[in-house]
Design a binder for this molecule. Structure first.
Ligand code: TXA
Ligand code: MG
Length: 311
């Protein structure tokens, strides 16, 4: 079974899970329900697949994404857990709780998922469709809510179709249960309120604090600590580098490195954070980046580059 070309929607079932898994393992994206909202899932270890999420959502910037895993053991392979985090995981997983933890070196998660951060947002979902897809693919799945950027989070397949258009494959398993995105916690701080309430968290941890109000949580990498902004000065829209500059090329502009020699913005998005890290680590004092077309996912690339160039 494969997703039909016209209205690529399949009702939940073993064949649909195999079809969705094939799409994911091929580097594609699939909308899939969780107990909170429908997510737009991609293989979190495949940078270009993750870039397709941003392209489909039309996100003007790269927010770090939540990574979904099958169980606590899979989470422990990707991130470091302290005693508090372990207690929360044991109490609320599988379920609508996301933990922000230091990402393990060599975890293999695409840097576009974490937006270059050294932490990762991770959760074990409870919904049978997302669980089945995680089991079938054997991959950690990055999944933001399956709506166009700025839109309302989808709780039904029809919402996803209306928001993301005719091309996105959807695994339809009816309305979601919570209808509200997962609670996000780092340490003992609530970054985003959600179905797991402060009282429920406090019952496990003793006490918790409410973090900054929702808009103040990480909505764009530029709002985060400076540790993943490049250390070196960065010049934009450069077609020819100065002697002390490491030029990150695109398309016809060849530099020391290239975001995409074939001028593909999805490939460029997938490579962006790695390229910035490589450039920062190079033996040249300054960084430069070729012009990137500003339409589609290029808007997010340019947003990130503008932030990286502002110091
Ligand atoms: O219920 C949910 O959590 C849904 C379903 C699909 O699982 N997913 C979801 O993902 O709401 P998204 O991408 O819409 O929200 C992810 C939030 C963002 O606000 C982002 O700022 C935060 O998680 N986030 C991700 N990684 C982070 C990190 N390393 N540190 C702090 N915040 C992080
Ligand atoms: Mg969202």
């Amino acid at each position: 079974m494969t997703f039909p070309l016209e209205d690529p929607t399949l009702p939940f079932g073993p064949d649909a899970i195999r079809a969705a898994s094939a799409v994911i393992l091929d580097g594609g994206i699939v909308a899939v329900p969780t107990e909170t909202v429908y997510g737009l899932a991609a293989d979190a270890t495949a940078a270009e697949a993750v870039a397709r999420i941003y392209a489909a959502k039309g996100r003007p910037s790269f927010n770090p994404l939540i990574v979904h895993v099958l169980d606590l053991a899979a989470a422990l392979a990707l991130a470091d857990f302290d005693d508090d985090a372990l207690a929360l995981a044991r109490a609320f997983w599988p379920g609508p709780l996301t933990l922000v933890r230091p990402v393990k070196a060599g975890a293999g998660i695409a840097s576009l998922v974490t937006a270059g951060l050294d932490t990762i947002a991770i959760r074990v979902p409870r919904h049978r469709a997302m669980q089945a897809l995680l089991a079938e693919t054997g991959r950690p799945l990055a999944a933001p809510s399956a709506n166009a950027s700025g839109g309302i989070s989808p709780t039904r397949a029809a919402h996803v179709r209306a928001s993301l258009g005719p091309g996105v494959p959807i695994l339809d398993d009816g309305a979601t249960e919570a209808g509200l995105e997962s609670t996000i916690v780092t340490g003992r701080t609530i970054l985003r309120p959600g179905p797991v309430t402060a009282a429920m968290l406090a019952a496990v941890l003793g006490d918790v604090e409410q973090g900054p109000e929702a808009p103040a949580i990480v909505t764009a990498p530029g709002q985060l600590a400076s540790h993943y902004a490049p250390r070196k000065p960065l010049r934009l829209n450069v077609t020819e580098e100065a002697e002390d500059e490491w030029l990150i090329g695109f398309g016809a502009v060849r530099g020391q490195d290239s975001l995409s020699e074939r001028g593909d913005p999805v490939e460029a998005a997938a490579r962006l954070f790695d390229a910035l890290h490589r450039a920062d680590a190079s033996d040249r004092a300054r960084l430069a980046v070729a012009p990137i077309p500003a339409d589609g996912i290029g808007e997010a690339i340019n947003d990130r580059l503008r932030r990286a160039a502002t110091r």
